[in-house]
Design a protein around this ligand. Sequence first.
Ligand code: SF4
Length: 426
Amino acid sequence: MVADVSVVVRYRKAVTYGVHALLAALETAKVEHDLRLGTTPEETAEHINASEADRVLVLWSFYSPDAEAMAAELATVKALSGGRGLHIAGGVHATAEPQQVIDAGWDLAGIGEGESTIIALVRALQEDQPLTTVPGLAIKDADGVALRTRPAPQLPLDTFPSFLGRKGPIEITRGCRYTCRFCQTPFMFGGQFRHRSVASVREHVRGMVDRGLRDIRFITPTSLSYGSPGPDPDLGAVEELLAGVKEELPPHGRVFFGSFPSEVRPEHVTPEAMRLLKRYVANDNLIIGAQSGSDKVLAASGRGHDTSPVRDAVRIAVEHGFRPNVDFIFGMPGEDEADQAASIRLAADLADLGARIHTHTFMPLPGTPWRDAEPAFIPLTTMRELDRLAQRGDAYGHWRKQAEHSARLAETAKAYPRRARRRRTG
Ligand code: SF4
């Protein structure tokens, strides 16, 4: 006998891209399910209570800074739904910290890329198979320990669409060959680029145009790496992508590339690349990752570039009509006052060249090589300089809020030492 399964999603704006990819995987694999989206904890509980299915699977996804707030929401939803439903947390935080997620009250943690896992999980619930057969899970054992099943595969990106019948940026590249020690992307999606084919991207665009949409954006760790396996951009591949997308769009259609929600690496900003973008894109800004004005800090962070290409990138982008938004992270491990002064100096120089500075505070994110690293102290003098840049309209960002997250993540990392984290089942 096949059981009916309801999939209830705690649907939050911050994580729609990943959720849409999971729902698209279920639809592509033609896995029967009844889908309900809960935009608040109360609505999520209502959907659980209203479901007439035999099994209710409740999907949660969140980033590390939101983990505590989501655990509180989970408690609310469970209380309002009388404990009905199997709650699974997925995404980068659950992948890095399955034990923490299980201790916080979720029944399961989804580890790694979720597409294969969600398909196998819903099928296992339908067919009453043990969940230990599902790849990419952490399951709570009788002692409350998170035991892992076999890893979920990292499949070619064309295997599943970014979304079906919905809207959002099209994921053109997954995984990253760079090794920035503060970043969760290589840990979550692997250390190689996997690019979506131009044919698959065009199919997405056709579907969006059919639904009356005209703006196309992309998700990628580094926009100008599209089509390339290594550090050098393949501008031919980028042009094939952009030209193909343009061909699918009506005349008033617009392509955004190298801007939100993606960015470009500074050494990829060349006159040739900018001339290419100018021929196709509608964005007037580019997001460029500089991260620090200190070569010492950049080397320690594994960025793979020093400060020298950053000034050039800003100058070249401005010369070609783009306003650069340049990311900086303050408080990276080992950063001292002189490093911070160098970052402030570089940020001010870039602002004079026409850039806006997007300021961040280092957060020791789970899964990254710097999970257990001590954030550097940010003295009042540095804070005042950042505020001064912001008051001039040259800087923006949530760096103060991130400083709070940073302190909380450091505390949690101490409570969950790395060595206690891996045990396998199945
Ligand atoms: S910060 Fe960007 S370039 Fe560095 S590893 Fe992360 S995604 Fe890749």
